[in-house]
Design a protein around this ligand. Structure first.
Ligand code: DSN
Length: 418
């Protein structure tokens, strides 16, 4: 690519680091469930002159001149996004998931009003009102957890909490929940208590787009999502809503919120991502993501691993490593030495800490994007098991790392090779 040749000449030091990261992404197995590989077509606008422009405002209502083509790009992205999810309103400007969530709070709540969301400890997100986050300081927050026995959402309990707490906003959505979410039931609960329902579908946006996960659009007042996880787009986010909430959400994103000049190059990459997600082959990818996660789960269970909630319905798995007497940090580091990238993660009601939790979180989107299928998941489960059983055996970890490099080399990396 000509951009790379020019970077190599101007800044060889930085160029080398990017080449090393490319090699890392090629040689290792990326199993972090929130990561993926964007296509070359998605990556192209990110390295384009669209990055040079300022365009505060919205199409046709800008504060700067020179936005004739930027307006067309933003409208194209909005139209594609609305078509993808059959949504009434779409805002594609949020820089990432947390700013998108904040824009919704600013649009719908006054400071001090109450949010009911999933506890961080059960798989919720920091920006859903955690006390260490601004959302937990500007708003009153109350939480629901998963059921301690099933480790699944207990909708009757959530309804009871909602009736008692009378929140103005209920949030459905998670970063570490391996099961389908019943958005219809959340919608009923929100209507019963007169709350808005916000769904944060960041993790499952690609699965919803492909209709392999229940759709929140008919049930939620507003939906936020990131574009770079299962949706396989650029780093970024968007907001969908019922049309009557559109003007107040637009005002909250700009000028009311925590961002100003839109990232026009990213908006264009989002337009490409939505185009790709509208193609029939995207459904095949999403179906395979779910099949691959299910096989990985089954094979690990057959080897004696305890999966939180007993399995997975989506793209991610949480393994409780207490029966193996390994903490999540040690496990993630040993797997990294063997070329398998996961993240340490708390499990529900974890006696450990965020730094040294009891579990690891892994998922299938990125390896699926490389074309891996059920047979490859079986091989990956076998390596994970060998590493976890022998995590102190450096020689074995190095042997597996070499096997992983050889194995990965037969699967092209989207964005680099295909
Ligand atoms: N960092 C994302 C994840 O890994 O789930 C959420 O913000």
């Amino acid at each position: 690519m000509k951009e790379k040749i020019s970077l190599k000449q101007t800044d060889p030091q930085l160029y080398e680091l990017i080449i090393k990261e490319e090699q890392r992404q090629r040689e290792q197995l990326q199993l972090i469930p929130s990561e993926n590989y964007a296509s070359k077509a998605v990556l192209a606008p990110l390295a384009s002159v669209l990055s040079n422009k300022y365009s505060e405002g919205y199409p046709g209502k800008r504060y700067y001149q020179g936005n004739k083509f930027i307006d067309q790009i933003e409208k194209l992205a909005q139209e594609r996004l609305k078509r993808l999810y059959q949504a009434e309103y779409a805002n594609i400007q949020p820089f990432s998931g947390a700013p998108a969530n904040f824009a919704v709070y600013l649009a719908l709540l006054k400071p001090g009003e109450k949010i009911l969301a999933m506890d961080l400890a059960s798989g919720g997100h920091l920006s859903h009102g955690a006390k260490v986050n601004l959302s937990g300081q500007l708003y009153q927050t109350v939480f629901y957890n998963v059921n301690p026995q099933t480790e699944k959402l207990d909708y009757d309990e959530i309804e009871e909490i909602a009736k008692k707490e009378r929140p103005q906003l209920i949030i459905a959505g998670a970063t570490a929940y391996p099961r389908e979410i019943n958005f219809a039931r959340f919608g009923e609960i929100a209507r019963k208590v007169g709350a808005y329902l916000m769904v944060d579908m960041a993790h499952i946006a690609g699965l919803v787009a492909a209709k392999v996960h229940p759709d929140p659009v008919p049930h939620a007042d507003v939906i936020t999502a990131t574009t770079h996880k299962t949706l396989r787009g650029p780093r970024g986010a968007f907001i969908l809503a019922r049309s009557e909430l559109g003007p107040q959400i637009d005002r909250a994103v700009f000028p009311g919120g925590i961002q100003a000049g839109p990232h026009n190059h990213v908006q264009a990459a989002k337009a490409v991502c939505f185009y790709e997600a509208l193609q029939p082959q995207f459904k095949d990818y999403a179906r395979q993501v779910i099949k691959n996660a299910a096989v990985l789960a089954q094979k690990l269970q057959e080897k004696g691993y305890r999966l939180v909630s007993g399995g997975t319905d989506n793209h991610l798995l949480l393994i409780d490593l207490r029966p193996q007497n390994i903490d999540g940090r040690t496990a993630a580091l040993a797997l990294e030495e063997a070329g398998i990238i996961v993240n340490k993660n708390k499990i529900p009601f974890d006696p450990g800490t965020a730094v040294k939790p009891s579990g690891i979180r892994l998922g299938s989107p990125a390896v699926t994007s490389r074309g891996m299928k059920e047979a490859e998941m079986e091989q990956i489960a076998s390596w994970i098991d060998q590493v976890l059983q022998n995590y102190q055996n450096k020689q074995l970890l190095e042997k597996i790392r070499r096997e992983v490099v050889a194995f990965a080399s037969s699967f092209p990396v989207p964005g680099l090779d295909s």
